[in-house]
Design a protein around this ligand. Sequence first.
Ligand SMILES: NC(=O)c1ccc[n+]([C@@H]2O[C@H](COP(=O)([O-])OP(=O)(O)OC[C@H]3O[C@@H](n4cnc5c(N)ncnc54)[C@H](O)[C@@H]3O)[C@@H](O)[C@H]2O)c1
Length: 300
Amino acid sequence: MQDLNGRVAVITGGASGIGRALAVRFAEEGMRLVLADVEQAALDATVGELAASGAEVTGVVTDVTSFASVEALAEDAYAAYGAVHVLCNNAGVGPPGGLVWETTPNDWVWTFGVNVFGVAHGIQAFVPRMLAGGEEGVVINTSSPDGPIAPMPQASVYAATKCAVTCVTECLAAQLEAESTTLRAAVFYPSGTGLLDTGLWSSDRNRPADLARERPRSTPAMTVAQLREQGVPVQPHGVGVAPNVMVGGAEVALCAATPRTGGRRPARCRALAGGGRARGRVRRATSRPCCAEYRIPVSR
Ligand SMILES: NC(=O)c1ccc[n+]([C@@H]2O[C@H](COP(=O)([O-])OP(=O)(O)OC[C@H]3O[C@@H](n4cnc5c(N)ncnc54)[C@H](O)[C@@H]3O)[C@@H](O)[C@H]2O)c1
């Protein structure tokens, strides 16, 4: 899909960070937008700013951990625009890292609830409608290099969720192709040149009280400042960052060559880059070895 003008995009986690940047970029392409987010104030602010700049945009408070909530989002989106062409299952949380054996059951329930169930709910609610509409479209699921490509040891639970997102997206992509539809699926690896200083590092602001950690942390949470001290590049986030990974028709950023693969991109990246399978144009996000940047010393 190359011409985005007038098409409709739904972006979960659209109020902040990468989702917001996607919304800004899509609006520049003339897309009509439905932004979904659990954070009402941030959602209102982003929708207000986009509308003020002339975008056609609707905000829907949504909790992606709830299928009913995502189903209601789909109903609202179709009621407003009659079609959805680009679905970005982007909402995600990154709880403070730690030793795997010191994580708690609720760390797993909350993180998998948002990052994995949220993606599944988006697929379940939207894909049948998108298929029934019969129009060209793409489902873009936000993964992360942190997991399927090179897990940060500190971020065990988060990294596990992102492996699941990549895996289910590969299955979805293959199934859609097998159905001979014009709907496609793509995995999105943001931050091709390092981590981004978004709201991800303060995800606890959205953590439900009933899924709070069962016991206090024994060590402080991982912070951007701490990562920078360890030499991990965490880039300032701005509208200028996300568009480098997706512009004009679902281009999907992929990790560049990594030392781990002797200068070749990992097989998973190659598969997603095309290898004859992916239809969209794919941009090699960077010539820098981004995966290596995730390889940082284990610390608590
Ligand atoms: N920041 C990075 O370096 C980085 C790198 C790779 C991948 N990602 C991924 O990018 C995506 C966006 O994250 P970000 O970095 O922009 O963080 P962010 O916190 O700025 O944005 C995430 C958004 O998701 C929303 N959200 C959280 N829980 C939700 C829920 N239950 N239902 C609906 N919305 C919910 C938040 O309110 C927020 O607006 C995530 O999937 C994240 O895992 C981020």
